[in-house]
Ligand binder design. Structure first.
Ligand SMILES: *Cc1c(COP(=O)(O)O)cnc(C)c1O
Length: 426
């Protein structure tokens, strides 16, 4: 599409947008009496208005039934609560309901999945990940290696961009996997890289990992609800994500895991166990001898946090109603429009550049803008004028228009405010 940097053009796109009405389903932070321009759905998604209704329902059950809330309510009795999100999560992640479950928080789940999928031997002990992974993931790796008595310097292979480039080439990832193949036991990558916004070629990475006999897993913190992943068909071994970024489920809310169907009945995979992962027919017999539930459910440890998971269910209902294909279709347009606006402003002044891939199939909603100078003062101007974006040291502003609630006009207005900031300080 040929874009224009005008208000009327942005408004025309909004009128033609079948998802435009969903904006009204969310609460926006306010700036001077109007909705702020919110572009941080990659960090904390906005609150769906129906979330409070769902949370209130659980408060009501607690009030009315107390412990019998596990059995008596017709809708989502707590004993079965972890099942309620499975069909929606399956839709968002391209999985079978058997393969997914909502539980714990993301970093906790990474550790639990490492118990099953990282079993180093003297010969095979290496893990490949992307350089500059999110700090929590780096600490997770470091502590896992130390736990196994291994040297992180030796055991972790980080694939970095080539000199002068910002993002990874798939061919370099695959070459690294092949090079270390004999010593490699796990490939664990981000799905969408949190800093650059690059969506990795998950299917090719998975194939390459399997070819050398390694497991392949993904941290989908920035991918879940953002890009249309197909975890089952791509044959990914395992994945985990958080629900508070693009999945709009509220601060620190429940994570989820995916374990491929092919591991669903493999009771010999090592794992840490708890009663909620035990064969549900015998869960209350309180007997010795752990028998895992089939599929992802067998990785659960504890009974779930009902009240906060209710907000997750409210948000997932929106994903069910809209569907990932429609979300992705709008996202491609919306982020394409943002890219056009940013490039117009940068012009040939070389003030800044987008480090996110320009190929839409290699990115989701987010664009990361690298400022050659004045980044922080331009960012402060944006914040003072009601643009909520995200600053990452040393020089990057991340802007992520979320297709469920951002409009083309939001993107146009962002451009106006950035342009004003550049005139004042650029
Ligand atoms: C957001 C994010 C996390 C956060 O981890 P929590 O355990 O939810 O606090 C971890 N890893 C990545 C890649 C992230 O983007």
């Amino acid at each position: 599409m040929k874009y224009q940097n005008t208000l009327s053009f942005a408004q025309t796109l909004d009128e033609a947008d079948p998802l435009h009405g969903w904006r009204k389903e969310f609460y926006f932070p306010q700036h001077k009496g109007a909705n702020a321009l919110y572009f941080t759905g990659n960090s904390l998604g906005l609150q769906p208005k129906r979330a409070r209704v769902y949370v209130e329902e659980e408060m009501q059950k607690w009030e009315e039934f107390a412990v019998e809330g596990h059995f008596l309510p017709k809708k989502n009795p707590w004993l079965k609560f972890h099942e309620a999100s499975k069909p929606s999560l399956a839709g968002v992640l391209g999985a079978l309901p058997l393969e997914v479950v909502a539980m714990n928080n993301l970093t906790v789940n990474l550790h639990l999945l490492m118990v099953s999928f990282y079993q180093p031997t003297a010969q095979r002990f290496k893990i490949i990940c992307e350089a500059g992974a999110f700090p929590s993931d780096q600490y997770m790796f470091e502590s896992q290696f130390k736990f196994h008595g291994l040297d992180p310097e030796e055991a972790l292979i980080e694939v970095a961009p080539r000199d002068g480039e910002n993002t990874l080439r798939t061919e370099d990832i695959i070459e690294t996997i092949e090079k270390h193949g004999k010593e490699l036991t796990l490939v664990l990558f981000g799905g969408v890289q949190y800093y650059t916004g690059q969506w990795f070629d998950m299917e090719s990475i998975t194939q390459a990992g399997h070819k050398v006999g390694a497991y392949v897993g993904f941290d989908l913190a920035h991918a879940a609800g953002n890009v249309p992943v197909q975890l089952h068909d791509w044959d990914v071994d395992f994945a985990t994500w958080c629900s508070y970024k693009y999945l709009n489920s509220g601060p620190g809310n429940v994570s989820g895991i995916f374990v491929h169907e092919r591991h669903a009945h493999n009771d010999s995979l090592p794992r840490f166990a708890g009663w909620w992962g035990h064969n549900e027919k015998e869960r209350f017999l309180m007997k010795k001898g752990f028998q895992p539930m089939p599929g992802a459910d067998g990785w659960q440890l504890s009974n779930g946090n009902i009240i906060s998971t209710a907000a997750h269910l409210a948000s997932l209902e929106i994903f069910d109603e809209v569907g990932m294909p429609a979300i992705r279709e709008k996202s491609l347009q919306l982020t394409g429009y943002l890219e056009f606006i940013i490039q117009e402003l940068s012009g040939d002044r070389g003030l800044f550049e987008i480090i996110t891939p320009s190929d839409p199939s290699q990115r989701g909603a987010q664009l990361s803008i690298f400022f050659h100078k004045n980044g922080k003062s331009l960012f402060d101007h944006l914040i003072a004028n009601g643009v909520i974006g995200d600053w990452r040291e040393p020089n990057v502003i991340r802007i992520a228009p979320a297709p469920l609630y951002n409009s083309f006009e939001d993107v146009y207005q962002f451009g106006q405010i950035l342009s004003e900031a550049i005139k004042q300080q650029g």
